[in-house]
Design a protein around this ligand. Structure first.
Ligand code: ASP
Length: 440
């Protein structure tokens, strides 16, 4: 029998109205047995997410030894929802106990996790189903990564006993019994973990958009929705900034070949986007599946004659960056040149200075230069490898828009071509690429 894991959160849990629709969605399909929730998000632009309200509680707690003031905003968000849903539960008591524990634990991760915890209790109560606290089934290692084996065993044990159940996302517990969280947006990962543990037929991720768009709608007017995407394409696009889904959430489901479906809780009738294992990917006739990008990279450009014959050159350069605990995003190389692309936000002036000195000392380059304010744009699609002339079309479109390309990196999988342009050309470049591959 089909088993679906559905994750709702953020705007699709923001107020009582949408929670009523969420109940209908869940109850309209008996296979929707496991529901993972994240904390209520923004109800309107300018509103605050519950997780952000909780992070403010933690700041107040550190400063004043108590966080009663900031917690009142969290309290009223939840009391509103509980009242409007007509729940009989004494939620003030649940909130009091939560505030007590926040003030005792004094841990940022614990405090941040309470939005999911409280939201889980509300939804379980509203649906009349079991609440499985993530604290009892999701386990973290000391270094903050998931303890997969222990988690999958515990979730599947708890899930088998439950009919339908609600599990809060975003957090779990480490070996010392301390609450730990994934990075922001991490309930998507929890949903994927639960899907893997119960061997779900599908992992439905319900959001407020009707799927993955071929590019950022704030740049191109109503871009196409991508109906099917492979795990690999998703990974490339979400790593490069397309943020419908947390970029790490594919790992648990990919291992078990479980498809992910992105659906819109506000428009459940829309098809959405299905993300399938790369092996089951069916060509959709499109050369390019999607375009995504990020601004604000720094390029460290290094030139040295005969660099390619110097054994260990790349390793020595990279060891300097590694010593600063900084990751390099791309390393385009030529015969006598190499560039390091680094997210500018990772580099302080001091670190950059040390890296430049370190490289000079290690490899004595002829020229070393820093180029700032670079944007990277990834054009992604399985179709790119099988059609001749894709890169020519891409570069011609960019040239026709009179944009100068600063860097090109073509993955050997031929799944993506990444170009670096000036920050100020970023939007125009995406429009030009979209125009070439989607409007023709
Ligand atoms: N509530 C957390 C956040 O705002 C986790 C999530 O939404 O998935 O990041």
């Amino acid at each position: 029998m089909a088993v679906k894991v559905c994750k709702f959160g953020g705007t699709s849990m923001a107020d009582a109205n949408i929670i009523r629709s969420v109940k209908q969605i869940i109850e309209s399909d008996a296979a929707r047995r496991f529901v993972v929730v994240s904390a209520p998000g923004k109800r309107y632009s300018g509103d605050k997410k519950v997780t952000d309200l909780l992070l403010a509680c933690h700041k107040e707690l550190l400063k004043d030894g108590s966080c009663k003031k900031s917690f009142s905003a969290v309290r009223s968000r939840f009391l509103d929802i509980v009242k409007q849903l007509g729940l009989k539960i004494d939620f003030n008591a649940v909130l009091d106990a939560t505030l007590d524990r926040i003030e005792k634990e004094k841990s940022e991760e614990f405090t941040a996790s309470r939005g999911e915890y409280l939201c889980g209790i509300v939804l379980a109560e509203y649906l009349g189903v079991k609440f499985i606290d993530a604290e009892n089934v999701i386990f973290f290692n000391e270094n903050g990564t998931l303890n997969g084996d222990k988690t999958y065993r515990a979730v599947s044990l708890a899930a088998n006993k439950a009919g339908r159940a609600v599990i809060p996302g975003f957090y779990g517990v480490d070996g010392d019994g301390k609450i730990r969280t994934f990075s922001r947006g991490g309930s998507d990962i929890s949903g994927a973990v639960v899907a893997r543990a119960v061997n779900a037929t599908i992992y439905e991720n319900w959001t407020d958009v009707s799927g993955f768009l071929a590019c950022d709608p704030s740049i191109v007017d109503s871009p196409e929705t991508i109906e099917t995407l492979s795990y690999k394409e998703l990974r490339e696009l979400s790593y490069m900034g397309a943020n419908v889904l947390h970029s790490e959430s594919i790992f648990p489901v990919r291992k078990a070949n479980i498809p992910i479906q992105i659906k819109n809780a506000f428009r459940p009738q829309d098809v959405g986007t299905t993300i399938v294992p790369t092996s089951r990917y069916m060509p959709n006739g499109r050369t390019v599946t999607g375009i995504a990008g990020k601004k604000n990279f720094t390029v460290i450009y290094i030139e040295k004659s005969l660099m390619n014959s110097e054994i260990g050159f790349v390793r020595r350069v990279l060891s300097v960056v590694e010593a600063e605990n900084i990751s390099v995003e791309h390393i385009p190389t030529g015969i006598d040149t190499m560039s390091l692309l680094i997210e500018s936000s990772d580099l302080t002036e001091l670190k950059l200075g040390r890296i430049l000195e370190g490289i000079k000392c290690e490899v004595e380059p002829d020229i070393i230069r820093v180029i700032e304010n670079i944007a990277l744009i990834a054009t992604v699609g399985h179709g790119m490898s099988s059609s001749v002339g894709t890169s020519a079309r891409l570069f011609n479109a960019i040239a026709a828009a009179e944009i100068n390309i600063k860097m090109i990196d073509m993955g050997s999988s031929e799944l993506n071509i990444i170009v670096g342009v000036k920050n100020e050309d970023y939007e125009r470049c995406i429009k030009a690429i979209y125009g070439e591959f989607f409007k023709n």
